[in-house]
Write a protein that binds this ligand. Structure first.
Ligand code: SF4
Ligand code: SF4
Length: 101
């Protein structure tokens, strides 16, 4: 048996399973906890479907939004399941938490 093939973002993009525009992201939407990249979002609804607290909302075929950040537990499910890397954790949030400790 050969070496197992590790999935990588580059490989997935090349395979056509996911897409990511080559143009730089123009307008990320920042919240305290999450950053959304609407240009990369295909509005599939996976992130809102897995969010265990209902913090993520999506109206029809709009981009997901986080209207009530207190509901978000930073469980990571949304950014892990997003096939297009359109959600990331805001790296500054942890810093704020650490500052408060
Ligand atoms: S999972 Fe990703 S692509 Fe799908 S709606 Fe959520 S942010 Fe958009
Ligand atoms: S990190 Fe978890 S709780 Fe927060 S919006 Fe994403 S899925 Fe919901």
């Amino acid at each position: 048996m050969g070496k197992p093939i590790k999935p990588s973002a580059d490989r997935l993009i090349k395979s056509g399973l996911i897409s990511r525009p080559s143009a730089p992201q123009k307008s990320p939407r920042h919240t305290d906890k999450l950053i959304f990249f609407p240009d990369w979002c295909k509005k599939c609804g996976l992130c809102t479907a897995v969010c265990p607290t209902g913090a993520l909302k999506q109206n029809g075929h709009d981009n997901p939004v986080l209207p009530d950040q207190d509901k978000c537990r930073l469980c990571s499910l949304c950014w892990r399941i997003c096939p297009d890397f359109a959600i990331v954790k805001n790296p500054e949030f942890e810093d704020k938490e650490n500052d408060a400790q």
